[in-house]
Design a protein around this ligand. Sequence first.
Ligand SMILES: [Zn+2]
Length: 253
Amino acid sequence: MRLFRRRPPAGLPDNWAEIVERNVAYWAILDDGERQRLGELIELIIEEKRWEAAQGFALTDEIRTVVAAQAALLILGLDFDWYRAVQAIVIHPSEVISYEPQPGPAGTMEEGPFSLLGLADHRYGPVLIAWDAAKANARHPAWGRDVVLHEFAHKLDMLDDIVDGTPPLHRPEDGPRWHEVCTREFELLQDGAGWPLRDYGATDPGEFFAVATEAFFDLPLQLEEAKPELYEVLRDFYRQDPAARVRRRAAAS
Ligand SMILES: [Zn+2]
């Protein structure tokens, strides 16, 4: 019998901060404490989650670190346990063609094929990410879209077993305001008055939350200005204030 040596699982690379600084634009506006916390979360995400590559594709330190950094940003004000439903992270080099029917506007199911940049499977299913999109999004937050933030936001939403645009809130008494603000903004987006949210958020409340999360982190000043109440409920949920970070950074330079 031949025994194969098992490769040790990947850990946090020594040059992780350099990789993040080079690839993740967000790094520039974090303070020292936030950077340290981000590093701790990146390490947990790399070590505790199962990482897989699509057939014929190989994972590198850069891929794991950049994807983990974007995912870590989302829970910088929460903690690692919020990713308890993420068991595996599957990286594809580029978009994936799916033949599964997908929910479309107005609650209809649409037939494929679809090209997907990411997918968050229900319950404990994997998160699938297209590396080329993740890499480009991490460098260009001004695009207001980020496949990693989007799919991991779905994972937070799923923690209560339903993808309805409402993750488990910190206090039950926050529920009515959350629902009131998100329902109003979802309807405005459906009516074409959603800027700076992407139109895709009008698909259903679950997509609304994921798309609003992208804008909250990537276009915080614009979201705060255009939709202050939506910004506020997201700030209270994520326990982060990205607009204040951008202002702090601007004042310092
Ligand atoms: Zn989605």
